[in-house]
Write a protein that binds this ligand. Sequence first.
Ligand SMILES: Cc1cc2nc3c(=O)[nH]c(=O)nc-3n(CC(O)[C@H](O)[C@H](O)COP(=O)(O)O)c2cc1C
Length: 360
Amino acid sequence: MSLQLHWFLPSHGDGRELAKTANGDNRRPPRREPDADYLCQVAEAADRLGFTSVLTPFGLFCEDPWLVATAAAARTRQLNFMLALRPGFMSPVLAAQMAATFQRISGGRLLLNIVSGGDADEQHRYGDWLDHDQRYRRTGEFLDLLLRAWDGSPVDLDGEHYRVHRALVARPHPVRPQVFLGGSSAAARQVAADHADVYLTWGEAPGPMAALVKQARALAEQRGRQLAFGTRFHVITRDSADEAWRVADRLLNGMDPARIRQAAERFARSDSEGQRRAAAMHGGRTGNLEIHPNVWAGFGLVRPGVATALVGSHEQVADRIEEYHALGLDHLILSAQPHLEEAYSLGEGVLPILRQRGVL
Ligand SMILES: Cc1cc2nc3c(=O)[nH]c(=O)nc-3n(CC(O)[C@H](O)[C@H](O)COP(=O)(O)O)c2cc1C
């Protein structure tokens, strides 16, 4: 399959420095507010530069993705919106109905990223008390129901988490949104193999990523299904490698050791396997963070979620993107701060190289 490059909508705010969410204090204002005008500017840039979609995150730290994407869809033409959705906070039938409405409003530009949740504290704040594996079982039922209700035929289900009678989407849409599912645990791979179109993990060195792809592919094949794969990285791309590494050094030098310690404590409380793997990539150290050529684990010292960045000249970043694509990863979701300026850095620096090489 051809490579699809996706960008990121910073619905938690933006700026040149690392966002201050890793220590749990989400109340300090970001440098650039995630207001509708700014988020639409980022989406317009991604649209103009030819990205497939913008990933729009879900969590207490950010704005609601449905509302943000609805505003941005009105200002864009081709761009798809990959909305993160946490099963459990919404009826699967309502989710299918909202997805159908979004398809009508946007002209079929919805993708769903199903995120089951990896932070028990945050789940409790939303009023959800299921443990990690129960959440994934609920995700399985949620997707089963959402996908069966999609085509408009009435569905009955008497499951562990949902009980519905004659559930349906009264006004279905011909374009069913592609279902992405993120997570690195065995439970995530099971549900992806059963229901998803694309299995996503956070970016790691090529070896461990190839192993995750192999395991998920085998599970899907056992079920007679085909899965596609994708991953997510930050990116620091410049005309020269020196310039790019200077940016990484500046970010590292700006990290307060107390903040690194607080982040490590928070990550240790997470029940996410992906978060455990992310923290293990740097182990809290501030040296030797290049875990593979041009793959830097520095973000993970203070940032939850994706820990790694592709760092280098435009040529080197294009090389790494090709290397990951060759592992079977057809979807690369990239982000960089500030997302508006850096969309252009990547769009004008790296994308032309990939197009010239015939990868895009
Ligand atoms: C590319 C990608 C994007 C994700 N985005 C979100 C998000 O926006 N909100 C969220 O709560 N979790 C997000 N996650 C995390 C999860 O989907 C998952 O629920 C969590 O990591 C626990 O999974 P695990 O224990 O299977 O690793 C994302 C994961 C990946 C790989």
